[in-house]
Ligand binder design. Structure first.
Ligand code: KG4
Ligand code: ZN
Length: 368
């Protein structure tokens, strides 16, 4: 089955063509540099940017996949959750393509899509990334990511998925490709949001996750005693805002951010201590829920799954055979994961397609 998918829920405009589990094209235009000056995504700018880039990204994906629309079996699109103005660009483009190419269209839940990233096989050279620049400089799609096998063959249902990104933090019980139940979530900030906020306090560039991840290995993770919020609470949920506040307090008590900006050692120590606390909370809670749910396998997905500290600590605590992370280019938002998820869902009828809307607050079913 060959599916072309569109993803535009936040600040990446992405189109992919996937045949069964093999990615034929995975094209992403990232707006990170546009939003960097504001230290966070500006929704109005994001939707304008999606409008500008959706057709060039589509064209690049079709060329890369050497794919004529007639050879496709269907289309898929992220319906939600996400920023409404951003989602609408993808949904309306997908509807227009489905009508003109006379193809079935499948709406996909973004979080469900992240989980399906683990079932994608990425042959070398099939990903392209465009970093959109604010000053309209000439930019071209550059190769991104290397050959990565799909771990699907050694991963069977049911399993637990830890979905960690800038907007989401979920523990999902995955019983089948289309059956995912929320068994845990964040009570306040998502982990990526905590990374981004802490980085902002330290004067590091947006997005904060990669910046902190780069500095953390150079520091001492025990230098600052930071809390592990709700780790030992009896429920399955996360909380990250207390950890962020604790970092703010450390900065204040040390005499302000300048102290850290002037001392690379102190900066690295604080990054290492924050990362150790965040990873401890994520993995500690996840291990407890795996025990409660009697699940032996874990898939860690979403932008924060790029984190090297999280990857190595998870491998150490759980062992490689029960653990899977997608390659970094498929951890952050992409359309390949949406195409792969759509293969397990029902497409809309013609009538339903005409009425398809975007759903910014779409949720997956929760455990009663
Ligand atoms: O999945 P994603 O691209 O978008 C959302 O759906 O939110 O995730 C983006 C988030 C950002 O908060 C970013 O700081 C975080 O993922 N992130 C990381 C790393 N790379 C990206 N966090 C920690 N370590 C990283 N290496
Ligand atoms: Zn995402």
């Amino acid at each position: 089955m060959k599916i072309l998918a569109i993803e535009s829920s936040c600040d990446e405009t992405a189109v992919a063509v996937v045949e069964d589990s093999r990615i034929l094209a995975n094209v992403i235009a990232s707006q990170t540099r546009i939003h960097q000056v504001y230290q966070g995504v500006v929704p109005e700018l994001a939707s304008r940017c999606h409008i500008e880039y959706i057709l060039p990204v589509l064209e690049e994906a079709l060329q890369m996949a050497k794919c004529a629309p007639e050879s496709l079996d269907g289309l898929a699109v992220t319906r939600g959750p996400g920023l409404i103005g951003s989602l609408l660009v993808g949904v309306e483009t997908a509807k227009a393509l489905a009508l003109s190419w006379k193809l079935p269209l499948t709406p996909v839940h973004h979080t469900m899509g992240h989980v399906h990233a683990i079932f994608c096989h990425l042959p070398g050279g099939q990903s392209r990334l465009l970093e959109i620049a604010p000053e309209k400089e000439e930019a071209t799609f550059a190769q991104a990511g290397s050959e990565a096998d799909s771990p699907a063959s050694r991963f069977t249902y049911p399993f637990l998925s830890l979905v960690v990104s800038g907007g989401h933090s979920h523990l999902l019980r995955v019983d089948a490709p289309d059956t995912m139940t929320v068994v845990g979530y964040t009570l306040d900030d998502a982990p990526g949001e905590a990374y981004d906020k802490v980085a902002k306090c330290l004067g590091l560039p947006y997005p904060g996750g990669p910046a902190i991840d780069r500095l953390a290995p150079e520091g001492n993770p025990k230098a600052y005693a930071l809390p592990r919020p709700v780790l030992h609470a009896p429920h399955n949920h996360f909380s990250f805002s207390g950890l962020k506040t604790a970092v703010v307090r450390v900065i204040e008590e040390a005499g302000g951010v300048k102290v850290f900006r002037d001392s690379p050692e102190r900066l690295a120590d604080l990054c290492a201590s924050f990362q150790a606390a965040a990873v401890d909370v994520l993995l500690g809670k996840t291990e407890k829920v795996m025990k409660k749910e009697k699940l032996k396998r874990l898939a860690v997905v979403g932008g924060v799954a790029c984190n090297r500290g999280l990857r190595s600590a998870a491998a150490e605590r759980l062992g490689d055979s029960h653990l899977v992370f997608p390659p970094p280019i498929l951890c952050t938002d992409n359309a390949a994961m949406i195409a792969r998820a759509a293969m397990h869902l029902s497409p809309l009828s013609q009538g339903e397609m005409a009425a398809l809307d975007a759903r910014s607050g779409w949720t997956l079913p929760e455990r009663d």
